[in-house]
Design a binder for this molecule. Structure first.
Ligand code: TYD
Length: 142
C-alpha cells in the first residue's frame, strides 16, 4: 500500500500516490487494493464547479472513497462525529481516503478544479445519510 498518513478523523488518511516523473510530464496511477485499501467499482469527477459552490454534505453507510484534486484545489471537511478536520487538496499525487460513516463537505473550489473520486461501490441512494443530525443520531445508536 502507498505511503499514507492517518488523520484525526476516524478511518481517514492522506495517501501519497505514486508519481513517475518524466521530462514529458508526470504519471500517477492507482490499482485496486494495491495503492488504495478497496476495490474500485466506480469513478466520478466534479468539474466546472462555480466559485462559492459547496458539494458533498453527506456520509455513507458503506461506501469508501479516495478523493484527488487532479487539477486545481478545494477543501474537504471531514467529521466523524467527534473530530472535524479541513483537508486542503491541491496536488494530483495526493489522495484523501474517506471511509464509511464519515461526514464530508467539499468547498472552496479553485477555478478549473477537477475533483476525481474513486469509489468502492456503484451509486446507491440508500447508502447516503444526507442530514448531519440524522448522521449523529445513527452514530450514537447502540
Ligand atoms: P451527490 O452524490 O449528491 O453529489 P455531491 O455529493 O457531489 O454533492 O450526487 C448528485 C447527483 O448526481 C444525484 O442526483 C445523484 C447523481 N449521481 C449519480 O447518479 N451517480 C453517481 O455516481 C454520483 C456521484 C451522483
Amino acid at each position: 500500500m502507498s505511503n499514507h498518513k492517518t488523520l484525526k478523523v476516524k478511518n481517514c488518511s492522506l495517501y501519497k500516490l505514486n508519481k513517475i516523473k518524466d521530462p514529458r510530464g508526470n504519471i500517477t496511477f492507482l490499482e485496486s487494493n494495491e495503492h488504495i485499501p478497496f476495490e474500485i467499482s466506480r469513478v466520478y469527477y466534479l468539474y466546472d464547479t462555480p466559485s462559492g459552490a459547496e458539494r458533498g454534505g453527506h456520509a455513507h453507510y458503506d461506501l469508501k472513497q479516495l478523493v484527488v484534486a487532479v487539477s486545481g484545489s478545494f477543501d474537504v471537511v471531514i467529521d466523524d462525529g467527534q473530530n472535524r478536520e479541513i483537508i486542503k487538496l491541491l496536488r494530483p499525487d495526493e489522495g484523501l481516503f474517506i471511509s464509511s460513516m464519515v461526514w464530508r463537505e467539499l468547498k472552496n473550489f479553485s477555478g478549473g478544479a477537477v475533483c476525481l473520486v474513486l469509489a468502492s461501490n456503484f451509486y446507491e441512494e440508500s447508502d447516503y445519510i444526507r442530514d448531519f443530525n440524522e448522521y449523529i443520531k445513527i452514530l450514537n445508536q447502540p
